[in-house]
Write a protein that binds this ligand. Structure first.
Ligand code: BTN
Length: 241
């Protein structure tokens, strides 16, 4: 599509109308792109914005793990473009060093009957230089063009990420487990081993990010003991303060 509010919203609506796994909604720009916690996701022309429907293979309950899978797929594709220092910040951010280059919004979809699935939405700052972005972005940000110094094909990056998603899904299905996704996420993580501040349900906690659990929650060692973080926001303290 040339322009749409949000590819995730569009994909969810098409899913509710009977579309199934394999549907990809891609747009050159979004007028109401969404990030986690309903934050806006700036979507200027030049970026990659798409959403993929995953059902019936995987159900809604896997949405958090599919977000991690999406982040691993993006990391592989960015590395294949020759980008160095690709890291993953829990839950679904892709960083270069400490600057965000891509985000994943994985949403469970319910249709009111037995059918349920998930939509993985991926936004990559690709051919949109950060110098063209409005000032005052919420966090340090970078783009593919800033990292490698030239424009790259949006279609080729889309195909690469979708192929990586598909190969991860084949392993998940074959093993009936997300263990290998979790292992790859751990290897690429910028969060594990780092002192973090967690904002969840209006509460702030600090501790060291120890691991991710089998359900994709982040395990943080705090003064009160180990805490599993499901929906919180995480800041890396070691490098940010
Ligand atoms: C985040 O970092 O909070 C997640 C950002 C996800 C953005 C993508 S762009 C394509 C898809 N459509 C949306 O509205 N959001 C996701």
């Amino acid at each position: 599509m040339d322009s749409v509010g949000s590819t995730n919203t569009e994909a969810k609506s098409l899913f509710a109308q009977g579309e199934t796994e394999g549907l990809i909604v891609i747009a050159r720009t979004q007028t109401a792109g969404r990030g986690r916690k309903d934050r806006p996701w700036l979507s200027p022309i030049g970026g990659l914005y798409f959403s993929i429907v995953l059902s019936p293979r995987l159900g809604a309950e896997n949405a958090p793990l599919l977000g991690l899978l999406g982040a691993c797929a993006v990391a592989r594709s960015l590395k294949a473009l020759g980008i160095k220092n690709v890291g993953l910040k829990w839950p679904n951010d892709v960083l270069i060093g400490q600057s965000k280059i891509a985000g994943i919004l994985s949403e469970a979809v319910f249709t009111g009957d037995e059918t349920a699935g998930a939509v993985i939405g991926i936004g990559v700052n690709q051919n949109c230089p950060i110098s063209d972005m409005p000032p005052g972005l919420q966090w340090p940000t970078t783009s593919v063009v800033d990292e490698i110094g030239k424009e790259t094909s949006v279609e080729a990056l889309l195909c690469s990420i979708v192929n990586e998603i598909d190969s991860f899904l084949q392993v998940v299905e074959h093993e009936s487990s997300f263990a290998s996704v979790l292992d790859e996420w751990r290897d690429a993580s910028s969060t594990l081993g780092v002192r973090v501040r967690v904002y969840e349900d209006g509460k702030t906690t600090e501790g060291v990010a120890k691991d991710i659990d089998t359900d994709g929650t982040l395990i943080v060692e705090t003064e009160e003991g180990l805490v599993n973080v499901l929906l919180g926001d995480v800041s890396h303290l070691k490098t940010e303060e």
